[in-house]
Write a protein that binds this ligand. Structure first.
Ligand SMILES: NC(=O)c1ccc[n+]([C@@H]2O[C@H](COP(=O)([O-])OP(=O)(O)OC[C@H]3O[C@@H](n4cnc5c(N)ncnc54)[C@H](OP(=O)(O)O)[C@@H]3O)[C@@H](O)[C@H]2O)c1
Length: 306
């Protein structure tokens, strides 16, 4: 194994949304694909057609007398559902892998230690989590370039993961030790909770007389504009609205109106308004505006106020 990371032929285990997209992107970037493995052979043949290279194998075929040449080291890329990773590692460790082989999983939340049986079998283990929402392998293989990939693992696994990410034109960075749960929470908070936030907003708009789908159509340009502002500026500079302007009377009106909304909506509003307030302070609020907003939004502990 070189420090740079060899282009080990990939054994793609699991060719669903992520596996098929990564496999397809790897093939079009010239990375060798040894096998496409699904639970059933027929499914493996279907998915191999989508990936574009590799020997289609059932999991049983891979674990048994495999047609893969035994002398060549491989990159096992585990793209199976999170709950399947640890049991699959146990099963995969039951066969011999050539020296220099590497196993990576692509989950954001499962610790690399789930691959321990493979490490015990002599493979270098790690994780490569692409921060991308995978739905359609053909489209995702095209749009993957530029996404960030969080890497973790022992040196030999990291070297191969870096090379794989580079070939797929992913922006790789190495997770600080023990921070995988934080990394995944951050991704879920920004992506999944944005959806929950929009659902809350839609509920308020429905009460104001604007039902779906008109309400969703009304919010989307606002959301797109906000994302574009965030693309161009850091959060403190991208913030707009009454808190950015220091308009405590408007915020007080919001809080009063939300007193009759579902409790999760008023709680989320207050929690996020507190962070918006910190951003507004960072940008520079006049003292009287800062104190008025702090009195409205912050818990009644003077030492907690900026
Ligand atoms: N979807 C995303 O946006 C996303 C983003 C980043 C990371 N991830 C991670 O990517 C991984 C895969 O997620 P996914 O969204 O691609 O799931 P998926 O679309 O459900 O694909 C999983 C694939 O694994 C196969 N499979 C299931 N159990 C298996 C086993 N025991 N052995 C071999 N293959 C098995 C499945 O069935 P068949 O064998 O029938 O084909 C399926 O093709 C997960 O770790 C997930 O956390 C997902």
């Amino acid at each position: 194994m070189t420090a740079r990371g060899e282009r080990l032929p990939v054994v793609l285990v699991g060719a669903g949304a992520v596996g098929a997209a990564l496999g397809r992107a790897a093939v079009s970037a010239g990375w060798p694909l040894a096998a496409v493995v699904c639970r059933q052979a027929a499914r493996a043949r279907d998915r191999r057609a989508l990936v574009g290279a590799g020997t289609p194998l059932s999991l049983t075929e891979l674990l048994g007398s495999t047609p893969l040449p035994p002398e060549e080291a491989r990159l096992l890329l585990l793209c199976v559902p999170d709950r399947e990773i640890a049991p699959l590692a146990v099963r995969l460790a039951g066969r011999t892998w050539p020296p220099g082989s590497v196993a990576l999983h692509v989950s954001g939340s499962v610790p690399v230690s789930a691959l321990e049986p493979l490490a015990a079998a002599g493979l270098a283990t790690g994780g490569l989590h692409p921060l991308h929402s995978f739905v359609d392998p053909e489209r995702d293989a095209e749009s993957l370039a530029g996404s960030v990939a969080a890497l973790e693992g022992e040196a030999a696994a990291l070297a191969v993961a870096r090379e794989f990410a580079a070939v797929l034109r992913l922006q790789a960075f190495v997770l600080a030790p023990g921070t995988r749960a934080l990394w995944h929470a951050a991704a879920a908070h920004a992506c999944n909770h944005l959806v929950a936030l929009v659902a809350q907003s839609l509920e308020l708009l429905a009460r104001a007389g604007l039902p779906e789908p008109q309400a969703r159509a009304a919010l989307l340009p606002l959301l797109r504009g906000t994302l574009e502002n965030l693309a161009a500026h850091p959060p403190a500079a991208a913030l707009t609205g009454p808190i950015a302007r220091g308009d405590d009377a408007v915020v007080a009106g919001h809080l009063a109106a939300l007193a009759t909304a579902e409790p999760d909506i008023s709680a989320a509003y207050r929690a996020l308004a507190q962070r918006a307030f910190r951003l507004a302070v960072e940008r520079g609020l006049a003292d009287d505006r800062r104190l008025a907003l702090a009195a409205l939004l912050l818990p009644a502990r003077p030492e907690a106020r900026p």
